[in-house]
Design a binder for this molecule. Structure first.
Ligand code: PAN
Ligand code: ZN
Length: 179
């Protein structure tokens, strides 16, 4: 079963069974290792450890799609996570759909409001415009989710890279805690 016969212009349905084909037919592939996340965790990650990969589909028009595969693991007591970013366009929201694993999304506004949601397979998370967002793998297997967002969104990493998120997701006494 090929889910993207013409990757750009053919309608597709991405399901819990066929999502690996999205990964294998994606046009852009990005790998983020510990060295790319220097300064993001409270402790420094092993430079060569792969923390996550992003697979982007070739699309035309106003909607982009990217699948993130976030590897299980911790740096110190902090669960593996993405860098996190604001969108450059403060009118650009985003939708995440979880396909595999156990995770969380933490969000915050420039004014300091914070929120977090748990994501399990089948769950959809809506990220309103103006909210920075980061995903965290709180489980023991890959955490895989698909993001859809406007092509004009743009990614602004600066504020999070400089100051981090207000909330961190850590393991304390074997429990997932947002601190
Ligand atoms: C996602 C993210 C992806 C990687 O596709 O870009 O999960 O996270 P970072 O970009 O924060 O490293 C998304 O939110 N796109 O807008
Ligand atoms: Zn985003």
């Amino acid at each position: 079963m090929i889910i993207m016969p013409d990757k750009k212009t053919w309608p597709v349905s991405i399901t819990p069974d066929n999502y690996p084909e999205f990964i294998s037919t994606s046009s852009e592939h990005l790998t983020r290792k510990g060295s790319d996340l220097a300064g993001y965790f409270e402790e420094e990650p092993e430079p060569d450890t792969v923390i996550y990969e992003v697979f982007e589909a070739e699309t035309v028009g106003h909607i982009k799609m990217a699948m993130t595969v976030l590897k299980p693991g911790k740096v110190g007591n902090e669960f593996h996570m993405t860098k996190g970013h604001f969108h450059e366009d403060d009118k650009a929201g985003e939708v995440y759909v979880c396909f595999k694993g156990q995770g969380m999304i933490v969000m915050q506004t420039k004014e300091g409001q914070t929120d977090e949601l748990r994501l399990t397979p089948g769950a959809l998370a809506y990220i309103p415009p103006g909210w920075a967002h980061r995903t965290i793998n709180t489980g023991t297997e890959d955490f895989i989710m698909l993001a859809t967002y406007p092509e004009t969104a743009g990614h602004d990493y600066g504020p999070i890279q400089e100051k981090g998120f207000i909330k961190r997701v850590v393991e304390i006494n074997g429990q997932v805690q947002v601190v």
